[in-house]
Structure formats: C-alpha cells, structure tokens
Design a binder for this molecule. Structure first.
Ligand code: OGA
Ligand code: MN
Length: 229
C-alpha cells in the first residue's frame, strides 16, 4: 500500500476527497455518477436515525413545483418529504458534507454552484415518482441533483429502483435512449445534471427512505432577486 493510500485510510477527509474526485470525473465524462458508500458511515447512520425518529406529521405529502405552483399531485408522485435544516446534528453534518462537495466541484469543474437545498423522502410500499426532470432549461437554477439512499438491508427484489434515462451518442452518430437502474441501498449516492437526465422512482415492496438535494446557481439580476421567496 502506498504512503498516500495509508494516509487516506487513516483520515476521513482524505476519503471524502477521493469520493469528490470520483464524482467530478464521472460528471465530466458522463454527466452522472453513481457511488456506493459515498458518505462516511456515521453520517448515513445519523441521517437514518434522524429520519426514523421523526414524528409522522413532520413528513408532508410532497408537491410538484414551488410556491404558488405547489400542488399536491398524487398522479405524478406519492412520496412524503421533510426539508433538512441545520437544527439537528445529522442534518447539519449532511449540509456540511454537501457544502464540501459543492466547493470541490466548483474548483474542479467551474460549475458556479451557489446554494444547496435538500429533503428527506419516504416512499411507502407502492409509492412512486413518475418520469420527470428536476429542472427545465432556462426555467430553473437547479443544475445538479443528488440522491442519497438510506435503506439498510435492501434486497434486489424489493424494487424501488431509481431509473435514470440518458441518450447515448453512438460513434455512428445516431442517438438512442438507455436506462439504468439504481438500487436504493444505504450509502449509495447518485448525482446527475438536473436538466439532462429524466428519471423516475419505481414502486417498492417496502418503505423506502432517501435524501434528494439540488445545487443551484445564482441567477440574480437587476430585474429579479433570486430566490424570490
Ligand atoms: C426527486 C427524485 C429520486 C429518488 O425527489 O426529485 O427524483 O431516487 N428522487 O428518490
Ligand atoms: Mn427528481
């Protein structure tokens, strides 16, 4: 083992830098990244506990769209969410981790990520989120989506996969859509460009827990302060 690998094994920050670099390299090459064991185990464990100790009413039925446009639309999605603030230790650790990732990606890829928002989500058995984009070109300042899964002991036939669609450009020039499925197992992180990748959550046989988050760029102009709320 090299001295560097030895050092990284002893040092949590070193591990994070390896993960951040792997995510950056994937985003550059493919626009998305799927990383098992992306966050330190105490962090995913803490988030899992925070979620499980939450009173039921703290998880609100999710809506589609923001502010005035916010409507609870059970046809598109049926999960329940709770926004993550710095008022709980695990939530704060997660937001700090996301801030470090943001800083790394900005330095490495010049993405200009400016802020981050995220929520816990709970999908009861049978719940779903139909195929959607997290951002529409020119209409949103969400540029990078991340999802962290919080399900220990998830079995292959429990369902609940994230289906991520992407168009491939073959070397002959024709385009084709392909889909890959991500099992929502504890500690796996998915990151993808919000405007580029339609995706959907398939129904599961058991309760499915995750965090969904979005990095935004700042679109403040003289005409319009952002965010407006
Ligand atoms: C979302 C979303 C994916 C997942 O909340 O926008 O697409 O796997 N979540 O939970
Ligand atoms: Mn989404």
């Amino acid at each position: 083992m090299s001295a560097l690998a030895q050092f990284d094994d002893d040092c949590g920050a070193g591990d994070s830098l390896h993960v951040f670099e792997a995510i950056a390299a994937d985003l550059l090459k493919k626009g998305y990244s799927i990383k098992p064991n992306a966050v330190p185990i105490p962090l995913s464990g803490g988030l899992w506990q925070q979620l499980r100790s939450m009173p039921r009413h703290q998880l609100d039925l999710a809506g589609v769209g923001r502010q005035q446009a916010h409507t609870v639309n059970n046809f598109i999605r049926s999960d329940a969410i709770s926004w993550i603030e710095r008022d709980a230790a695990a939530g704060e650790d997660w937001l700090n981790w996301a801030a470090e990732l943001q800083q790394y990606l900005n330095r490495r890829l010049f993405l200009g990520l400016f802020s981050f928002e995220s929520h816990f989500s709970h999908y009861a058995p049978g719940d779903f989120y139909k195929k959607h984009l997290d951002a529409f070109k020119g209409q949103s300042n969400r540029v990078l989506s991340v999802v962290l899964y919080l399900n220990p002991d998830w079995m292959p036939d429990d369902g609940g996969e994230l289906a991520l669609y992407h168009s491939d450009q073959s070397h002959h020039g024709e385009r084709s859509q392909s889909m890959l499925k991500v099992t929502p197992i504890m500690g796996t992180l998915v990151a993808f460009l919000s405007e580029e990748f339609p995706h959907e959550v398939l129904p599961a046989k058991r309760d499915r827990y995750a965090i969904a988050g979005w990095f935004r760029v700042n679109t403040t102009s003289t005409e319009r302060a952002d965010p407006p709320d």
